[in-house]
Design a protein around this ligand. Structure first.
Ligand code: CA
Length: 218
């Protein structure tokens, strides 16, 4: 799950980025309005966490510009404690949810999971395929009730494929979602993660489309 974090306070931004990464999310962080506006224009994210008071262009403008371009991704705004009007304005301008600072990181992560789930048209929190069950909140994978140990990247890759079951995800889509702007030093990394998932979960779960990408059939 790839999150764009827009926050100009270095300490708060660093804390949020670290916390969301620990919750298994890929986080790309920008600290001004124009960078956020540009990132939303040219790249794909699953959700934006958007501060409203930003240098260069305020968060409300970033929000309105994204919606006016037809960008439907979930947007969660961060508002100051005493700014009740911001919540109303933000929600009316197309935000999906808001949190009041100071932010509780566990609540933020839970709200993100709920918003992304809803935007994908799923009400149930678990991803299930036959005997395989992935619980995004508990970060747990079981097959027929037995726990399967996965690395953070393996878990993220499996979650992404299950969320998009029946669709082929290209290498670029998978790499952007897994690594964001940090990139991945090893060009084989994706193949290695797929190899490990097949070894742990069975060889026929993930299909390879040579030269295109991977999919888990519906
Ligand atoms: Ca701010």
């Amino acid at each position: 799950m790839r999150i764009l974090l827009v926050e100009d306070d270095p300490q708060l931004g660093d804390g949020l980025a670290t916390g969301l990464k620990q919750a298994g999310m890929t986080v790309d962080w920008v600290s001004d309005g124009p960078s956020a506006d540009h990132a939303l224009d040219v790249e794909c994210f699953d959700l934006v966490v958007l501060d409203l008071g930003l240098p260069g262009m305020d968060g409300m403008t970033v929000l309105q510009r994204a919606r006016s371009r037809g960008n439907a991704l979930p947007i969660l705004i961060l508002t100051a404690r005493d700014a009740t009007g911001d919540k109303v304005l933000g929600l009316d301008a197309g935000a999906d949810d808001y949190l009041v600072k100071p932010i509780d990181i566990d609540e933020l992560a839970a709200r993100i999971r709920a918003l992304v789930r809803r935007s994908a048209g799923r009400a149930a929190p678990l991803l299930v395929r036959g005997p395989l069950v992935l619980d995004p909140a508990a970060r747990r994978v079981t097959v027929s009730g037995d726990d399967i140990e996965l690395s953070g990247r393996e878990f993220a890759l499996l979650q992404l494929l299950l969320e998009n079951a029946g669709r082929v995800l290209t290498r670029t889509q998978l790499e952007q979602s897994l690594y964001g702007w940090q990139g991945e030093p090893d060009s084989n990394a994706l193949e290695v993660h797929v190899h490990h998932l097949r070894r742990k979960l069975g060889g026929d779960l993930i299909r390879t489309l040579r030269g295109v990408g991977y999919s888990i059939p519906k």
